[in-house]
Design a protein around this ligand. Structure first.
Ligand code: BGC
Length: 743
């Protein structure tokens, strides 16, 4: 018996050893990544190589079945995992297991000013993606907030390169820690939706490197992003999905990006440029004009048969192809071929908790006169809720970021639930905005029809407001066309649907009107002085209502800060003041030239320079408690080029509630051979403090924080001389400054 067992063990060991010996290198997870890539590449036929560099359906590309590589699945992005669409159509596949958790829009994430929230966001989203068997999520988006009319600002992280760089990296890391690739978009200069596929951006090298590229660079170099999505627009007259300068020179050579460049859906336009200029994976190409009634339109993609034929005809060697295939294989090994995936979860309690935490931390208290907020239920008898956005679902709509949710808590429901029997809550519509609520065949199922006239709605609201102790108005924008929505821009800076008239009328009869702005963009508020409280409520996803109610009733102390400058009017933005938006159509070509005439002076860099007083400044956000900042101290007076320098400041919570403040560090170059912004954000720290608690906070910067992109030498440069560090709690609330010298 014993002898037999020994023989059995020996046979088993032999079998295992032979299996290990037989296992090809590319399947051996103990082997270095590059060795596996080379091994797999050497086994692939030309056709197999071509097959993996373009789509085979709306959201998938082929693997290599013969070698055991499964198909590769991607999906939007960036706020949750998009519901499945049909194989070759945008319409819903009608699955019953694709209702996801909607996380707050990225403007809200940026407004948390908290990298830990970004990591939590990425990780939670990654777990949802795993459940849905997606290998890559199309996000996050980091295009800079250049104009408040951009329909897609809500999907991005605001106007500041340092803030967006700091938030994007942990999002990417959190997501990719699940073995799900990020696909950072839209690279680059896609700062408005109007004419997005025809716009040729003309921008200085300085603005490109200082303002528009840093967040992408951080996603790649700090976040380690495995994929990046080319943008629809053009730069230097070349489409960005196959743009020599952006993809080859900057991304791949300059930043050593070893991942995959994915085209935006339909963003590829030429086989030759795609081959030479660094597009690796083509998606969404409309095949009109390419197909001659062939059975599979995907074969006619620019990187499909046209490329195969050109190689066979000797037009290209396989060098470019092998580079693309290596990148795609790397992506496979990092995602679909990984065996150590964590488990996937959809709509778990933890994900709702994460969504709610991020939402609560991102809500920004813009104004709070007479401490109208938080609402004290011990002194409130009657609450009037007004406005369409109190009852409108916001997760459906807006374009590709639209989601199908398991639940979305509406503001009115959450207010009612929170108030319970402590006070009376009444709702009136106030205005009619968008009664739709449909995206790609998915409907909210809400019936928001209203037939009464605008005046009748105002009269009703005013009459009820007279009797209410407090009025909460949920207004702002929504996800309909020409609002916060993909494919086009807003046409007007004002609030739509006659909301101003409603707010004005309400403020005349009630001293306690609270305006909650649901939007991803700034808008004019001509009634600001007459409305005591204003709350920026973004698009908060599944937990929207509960997060808003928690802040309104003081269960949560707001700590969000604006990630962009909130102008009084359009001309408070350089792009508009200089007439540099939208672009100008060329006479006989379908190209729209858009020159970024304001250069590096975007957002607060512009308002600082022009001494413009915005409605609310970049970095602004109030709290229900008060903080006192001490005087900033630098650890050195002089630094050498390679040194770092630290700034220490004491902060104390001087109020009676626990709360968080964001200490912001801005750097000014006092004398420079080129014009520089008055100050630039180069560090920040969110600090949570109990009542009375105080803490010393240290922020350290290096030479990069003193540098500018010197287009005379095409490199970053820090000029010796005097600098100043300003510490504050908003770009317009600087509490102390200290000078130092760079030797
Ligand atoms: C959008 C991308 C999106 C893609 C796929 C495009 O229209 O610009 O952001 O990821 O569609 O839905």
């Amino acid at each position: 018996m014993k002898k037999r067992m020994l023989i059995g063990f020996a046979l088993l060991a032999f079998a295992m050893q032979t299996k290990a010996q037989m296992q090809p290198i590319y399947l051996d997870e103990t082997k270095p990544l590059e060795q596996r890539v080379e091994d797999a590449l050497s086994r692939m036929t030309l056709r197999e190589k071509i097959a993996i560099i373009h789509a085979q359906s709306k959201f998938s590309s082929a693997g290599v079945k013969r070698l055991g590589f499964p198909d590769f699945w991607t999906d939007d992005g960036p706020h949750g995992v998009r519901p499945d669409v049909l194989w070759d159509e945008w319409n819903q596949a009608g699955q019953s297991n694709d209702s996801c958790t909607a996380f707050p829009a990225l403007t809200c994430l940026a407004a948390t000013w908290n990298p830990a929230m970004a990591r939590l966001y990425g990780r939670s989203l990654g777990e949802e993606a795993l459940y849905r068997h997606k290998n890559m999520i199309l996000g996050p988006g980091v295009n800079i907030y250049r104009t408040p009319l951009n329909g897609r600002n809500f999907e991005y992280m605001g106007e500041d390169p340092y803030l967006s760089s700091t938030i994007v990296a942990p999002y990417v890391q959190g997501l990719q820690s699940c073995g799900v690739s990020a696909c950072v978009k839209h690279y680059a200069l896609n700062n408005n939706e109007k004419d997005r596929s025809e716009t040729n951006v003309i921008v200085s090298d300085r603005a490109l490197h200082e303002i528009y590229l840093p967040a992408f660079r951080s996603a790649v170099q700090n976040g380690g992003a495995w994929a990046i999505m080319g943008a629809y627009n053009l730069y230097k007259n070349q489409h960005n999905c196959h743009n020599q300068y952006l993809l080859q020179d900057i991304l791949k050579k300059g930043w050593n990006f070893d991942g995959v460049v994915v085209s935006d859906w339909g963003g590829a336009h030429s086989t030759d440029e795609a081959v030479r200029n660094g597009l690796d994976l083509e998606f969404g190409t409309g095949t009109d004009g390419l197909t001659k009634n062939t059975s599979n339109a995907y074969d006619n993609y620019f990187l499909a048969y046209p490329y195969l034929q050109a190689i066979s005809a000797g037009k290209y060697s396989q060098d470019e192809l092998n580079d693309k295939v290596r990148r795609v294989l790397r992506l496979f090994f990092r995602t679909s071929m990984r065996r150590d995936h964590p488990y996937g979860f959809l709509c778990s309690d933890a994900h709702y908790k994460a969504a709610r935490e991020i939402a609560e931390e991102g809500i920004v208290l813009l104004q709070n006169k007479n401490n109208v907020l938080p609402i004290d239920l011990n002194r409130t008898r009657k609450i009037l809720v007004v406005g369409e956005n109190a009852v409108k679902m916001m997760t459906v709509g807006g374009g590709s970021s639209s989601l199908k949710v398991q639940h979305e808590i509406l503001p009115l429901d959450a207010v009612k639930a929170r108030v319970g029997t402590k006070a009376e809550v009444e709702y009136v519509r106030g205005y009619v905005g968008d009664t739709g609520g449909m995206q790609d065949g998915l409907s909210t199922g809400q019936n928001l029809k209203e037939t009464r006239s605008a005046q009748a709605l105002i009269d009703e609201a005013v009459q009820k407001a007279r009797e209410a102790d407090v009025v909460i108005f949920f207004g702002g924008l929504n996800k309909a066309n020409h609002q916060d929505s993909e494919g086009d821009d807003r046409t007007d800076y004002g609030l739509p649907y006659g909301q101003d008239a409603v707010v004005k009328a309400l403020s005349q009869v009630n001293k306690k009107v609270i305006f909650v702005c649901i939007s991803g963009n700034a808008a004019a508020m001509p009634w600001k002085e007459n409305v005591p409280a204003i709350l920026q409520g973004w698009y908060l996803g599944s937990e929207a209502g509960s997060a808003l109610a928690a802040v309104l009733f003081g269960d949560v102390n707001p700590s969000g800060k604006l990630p962009f400058t909130w102008g009084q009017k359009l001309d408070d933005y350089g792009a508009h003041k200089l007439g540099a938006y939208p672009g100008v159509k060329r006479a006989n070509e379908n190209i729209v030239d858009e020159e970024y005439k304001e250069g590096i002076f975007v957002g607060y860099r512009w308002t600082d320079k022009e001494k413009v007083q915005p409605l609310f400044a970049f970095g602004h956000g109030l709290s229900y408690t008060t903080f006192k900042l001490g005087k900033v101290q630098a650890d050195k007076k002089e630094i050498n080029k390679e040194d770092s320098i630290s700034f220490k400041v004491n902060i104390q919570n001087t109020g009676s509630r626990a709360g968080a403040e964001v200490i912001q560090l801005y750097i000014s170059d006092l004398k420079c051979s080129l014009p520089r912004p008055l100050k630039e954000l180069k560090g920040f720290r969110k600090v949570f403090l109990q009542p009375g608690e105080s803490r010393d906070v240290t922020i350290t910067i290096g030479r990069d924080a003193l540098s500018f992109y010197d287009d005379r030498i095409s490199a970053w440069n820090a000029e010796p001389g005097e600098f100043e560090a300003s510490i504050g709690t908003a770009s317009d609330a600087i509490s102390s400054k200290v000078k130092f010298t760079l030797k």
